[in-house]
Design a protein around this ligand. Structure first.
Ligand SMILES: Cc1cc2nc3c(=O)[nH]c(=O)nc-3n(C[C@H](O)[C@H](O)[C@H](O)COP(=O)(O)O)c2cc1C
Length: 209
């Protein structure tokens, strides 16, 4: 699996969540490519009411990351551990994913850079920010950077946003910890189309013809 790619379909197929990151600094040129890709995204009325907070300050990452760590250990980790594996995956892979998620929870603040996508106004569904988030996930993978879409810190939304200095008239929708990945990009694991695509009638599997 190549570390960088310009083939969109290969990029989409191999953009796994990369939860183990090297501490090495991320060159600003790569970061700019990722951020610019974010601003290419569809957004309501093209109002671009997004703001992207780039956090490299270790003290801010430590203060905000502590809320993520707390949410993982007290709420989200125990919830996942008490359930079964996701569709299209095996118990072994699920266990590996949980171990990686726990690693991220304990090391989030060590990611060299965070991108925090924000939107103006009261918290909503995020329709005008998640396209930008997905563009940035794909762009990061294209240039060989790993990241993960994380939201579980929102369990402690007020505290984490205060630690990041986000003003009251904006809300964050994710923290993307970005860095060079320790592991390799690889194929995403998903259920096959026939399980999730219906044809004409709800429940009738897509025939792919
Ligand atoms: C809305 C949303 C929130 C997510 N929040 C987190 C999170 O807080 N922590 C985390 O480790 N992964 C988070 N993820 C990543 C998913 O767990 C991941 O995409 C999924 O397990 C599929 O794995 P893959 O991305 O490696 O293919 C989130 C993904 C989405 C779409």
């Amino acid at each position: 699996m190549s570390e960088t790619s310009t083939d969109l379909f290969e990029i989409m197929r191999t953009t796994r969540s990369m939860r183990r990151l090297k501490p090495d600094a991320v060159p600003a040129a790569l970061l700019n490519q990722v951020l610019e890709a974010g601003t290419f995204a569809a957004n309501g009325g093209n109002m671009q009411s997004w703001r992207f907070l780039v956090i490299r300050d270790p003290a801010i990452k430590a203060a905000a990351g502590a809320w993520y760590t707390k949410a993982w250990h007290e709420v989200v980790g125990p919830r996942y551990r008490s359930g079964g594996p996701a569709p299209g995956t095996t118990p072994e892979r699920f266990a590996r994913m949980l171990a990686a998620a726990e690693h991220l929870a304990d090391h989030l603040h060590e990611a060299p850079v965070w991108i925090v996508p924000c939107l103006a106004g009261p918290r909503g569904a995020g329709g005008s920010i998640f396209p930008a988030v997905q563009n940035m996930l794909l762009a990061a993978r294209a240039v060989g950077l790993g990241t993960t879409l994380t939201t579980l810190y929102l369990i402690h939304e007020k505290e984490a946003e205060a630690a990041m200095g986000i003003p009251d008239d904006y809300h964050s929708y994710a923290i993307l910890p970005v860095g060079f990945p320790m592991g390799r990009f690889g194929p995403v694991r998903r259920a096959p189309l026939e399980n999730v695509v219906f044809e004409d009638h709800w429940g009738r599997a897509w025939s792919a013809t």
